[in-house]
Ligand binder design. Structure first.
Ligand code: NAP
Length: 526
């Protein structure tokens, strides 16, 4: 049952002002009322997380694994109520909700497996050489340890997989850090249901109270206060550039600066090379139309920019793509504000000089629904106008028609950091365009060959991140088991007594993990 309260560990509390979530399909508010967290509730949640950290950081990998698996089980136990609440708060269909729940469960279980196995701590041991000349060598051992309480900002476009128990929370809990979620105001009910699952799992598996808290908000104050709090050690965010950069700046201006792992905008350029356009124009148009409109374009990997060489084939292709997009029904956007943002950025981009709109103007009947739009521009115009480089969050894409290879290279060099970049080409034409491919690789976190950027496989080799402004730290991923690295730091133990060393660093290797022993990877004991 949804209470609308904040959860400070296992304690429900509702002292602040109230707000409601919104059903974009019905175009009306949902019933439940939520309490915004007060300053006192925020301080209480952080104090409890700090206290919980002293116990939780020493919880074994096996126990953390049991906790994460129990969260997955409890989320499934929520059954249809979770799916119904999700759809009412997001306008996304039940099929998407079920799929996203599956992904969320899968993420929790993959982190459970990771910490149960244990080698992720990157244990490294260099044994002492007391007789080394001219100076003896000390015994020194290193591993990754948790940093402390983490704040996770729920993302509007993934109410499950990037929110309350999403990949950020799963990876932070796996690392040994307590988590405070700043629930996204658009899906506070979904967030509360998932919170109830996490708290049940924590209780069943004996985790300390305060290992998880959930705070509601309908404005920026709660998040701002959390990021400023001296006992918060790391922040994770997915959303707009404005929000991510503001939080990054707050964190850097603290007396003790802390990392903010913000995933912000990306236009995910697609380069279509000429031979593949000649041979595969129809299938590329079909795939692109599907990718641009998937989830009503509300994915961070949505293809917002298509680059090609000016030709009759490209003209025919853009017309065909526009026709296919015009034939796809309008889709519901997450919230009236997101729809408003889509409409205004799209209008701003299409109002720029020399931008030609190719899709039919066909307003959707429901005010929160959006039709996709395709526009085109020359490479010269694109290079001159930075307004054309920004993200239009929703089903929109801009085709840039470059005069020649040199202009295509210049356009590639003008792009900012991206989450993904895609090359559509025949294998044999890649060498011809190697310089462009090399530039594109420098500005992206994932480079795709003959595929679509939407659809992010959750696996250890995935990198979901990218150079600024796609994220605030291109070294880290928010998808896949590597996401755990955001919440740990290395700690070296010098000449430390064997009996006081963490299990991962003991001579006998009781966890049987892979370690670096005097520079060689091995699971052997010493
Ligand atoms: P948002 O405006 O960036 O907000 C995300 C979260 O950050 C919210 O919980 C918000 O708090 C908080 N926040 C925003 N600005 C803040 C600030 N200056 N200080 C402290 N906290 C702040 O994103 P959104 O609400 O999800 O959607 C708005 C727009 O963001 C979209 O239209 C889209 O353009 C973009 N977006 C991009 C992606 C992507 O993956 N590229 C994903 C989602 C959204 P409150 O809501 O409580 O104010």
């Amino acid at each position: 049952m949804i209470t609308g309260k904040n959860y400070i560990g296992s304690t429900a509390s509702g002292l602040g002002t109230t707000f409601k979530t919104f059903n974009p399909i019905e175009n009306s508010e949902n019933d439940a009322t939520f309490h915004e967290a007060t300053e006192q509730e925020i301080n209480d949640a952080v104090a409890l997380a700090k206290k919980a950290f002293f116990t939780y950081k020493n919880v074994s990998g096996l126990e953390k694994s049991n906790f994460l698996n129990a969260i997955a089980d409890e989320i499934l136990e929520l059954g249809d109520e979770l799916i119904t609440t999700y759809t009412k708060e997001s306008g996304l269909p039940a099929g998407r909700a079920t799929g996203e729940r599956g992904r969320t469960i899968g993420q929790l279980r993959s982190f459970a497996n990771l910490v149960k196995e244990g080698s992720w701590v990157e244990a490294s041991i260099d044994t002492a050489e007391p007789n080394r000349a001219p100076l003896p060598k000390v015994d020194i051992r290193k591993m990754l340890v948790a940093v402390g309480p983490v704040v996770v900002f729920g993302a509007s476009n993934f109410p499950l997989a990037f929110s309350t128990a999403g990949g950020d929370t799963a990876s932070a809990l796996a690392s040994g850090c307590p988590v405070i979620v700043k629930s996204h105001p658009m899906h506070a009910g979904t967030g509360e249901l998932v919170t109830s699952a996490i708290l049940k799992a924590a209780q069943k598996t004996g985790m300390p109270n305060g290992v998880f808290s959930n705070l509601n908000s309908s404005g920026i104050e709660v998040g701002t206060q959390l990021v400023k709090h001296k006992d918060i050690k790391s922040v994770v965010f997915t959303g707009s550039f404005t929000g991510g950069k503001a939080l990054f700046d707050i964190a850097n201006n603290r007396p003790e600066p802390i990392p903010v792992f913000a995933e912000m905008g990306s236009i995910n350029p697609i380069v279509i090379l000429p031979n593949t356009l000649e041979n595969n124009a129809e299938s590329i148009a079909n795939n692109l139309a599907g990718s641009i409109t998937l989830g009503t374009g509300q994915f961070c990997t949505n293809p917002g920019l298509i680059l090609g060489l000016k030709s009759d084939a490209l003209t025919a292709f853009t017309k065909n793509l526009a026709l296919k997009l015009s034939g796809i029904d309008a889709g519901c956007m997450l919230h009236p504000n997101i729809k408003k943002g889509f409409a205004s950025t799209k209008e701003m981009v299409t109002a720029q000089d020399n931008v030609v709109v190719l899709t039919e103007k066909n307003a959707a009947e429901n005010p929160n629904f959006a039709k996709s739009q395709l526009a085109t521009v020359s490479g010269k115009t694109f290079l001159k106008n930075p307004k054309l480089h920004q993200e239009v969050f929703g089903p929109f894409s801009l085709v840039v028609q470059c005069e020649n290879k040199d202009e295509l290279l210049n356009v590639s060099q003008a792009l900012e950091g991206q989450l993904t970049a895609t090359i559509l080409g025949e294998s044999e034409e890649l060498t011809n365009y190697s310089e462009i491919i090399s530039f594109i690789s420098d500005i992206t976190g994932r480079i795709i060959f003959n595929g679509m950027p939407t659809g992010v496989e959750v696996c250890p080799s995935m990198h979901h991140g990218g150079p600024y402004p796609a994220t605030t730290d291109s070294r880290f991923t928010s998808v896949g088991t590597g996401a755990i690295k955001r919440f740990v730091r290395p700690l070296s133990f010098q000449n430390w007594p064997e009996e006081l060393l963490p299990e991962a660093l003991k001579n006998k290797n009781p966890l049987s993990i892979l370690r670096h022993l005097n520079g060689t990877a091995t699971a052997k004991s010493i």
